[in-house]
Ligand binder design. Structure first.
Ligand SMILES: [Zn+2]
Length: 93
């Protein structure tokens, strides 16, 4: 065995893993395994709550509606927009 080659292969596999994880994080969840359908199914994103800390989403199976996970996007712009609309309504009365 030639140790330098082994090291290179290991480095390459680590690099690939890191690269895939980074790409996975950037992707929106498109298909998730659904225990009810027993298959990977496309998911629908439902907006649950608009919070000062960001919007809370829930992912549900597009086929049967089983909740498959949640996500907090940490984006407060929607909350601020709602706040602005609300204060304008109150002010216009
Ligand atoms: Zn399902």
């Amino acid at each position: 065995m030639w140790p330098p080659l082994l090291t290179l292969q290991r480095r390459w596999s680590i690099f690939l893993r890191v690269k895939n994880e980074r790409e996975f994080r950037q992707l929106e969840v498109s298909e998730v395994y659904c225990p009810t359908c027993r298959a990977a199914k496309p998911v629908r994103r439902h907006l649950l709550l608009v919070l000062p800390t960001g919007n809370k989403y829930e992912y549900r199976c597009a086929a049967c509606g089983t909740p498959l996970g949640g996500k907090d996007d940490g984006d407060a712009s929607e909350y601020n927009a709602v706040l602005n609309r609300t204060s304008r309504l109150i002010g216009g009365r």
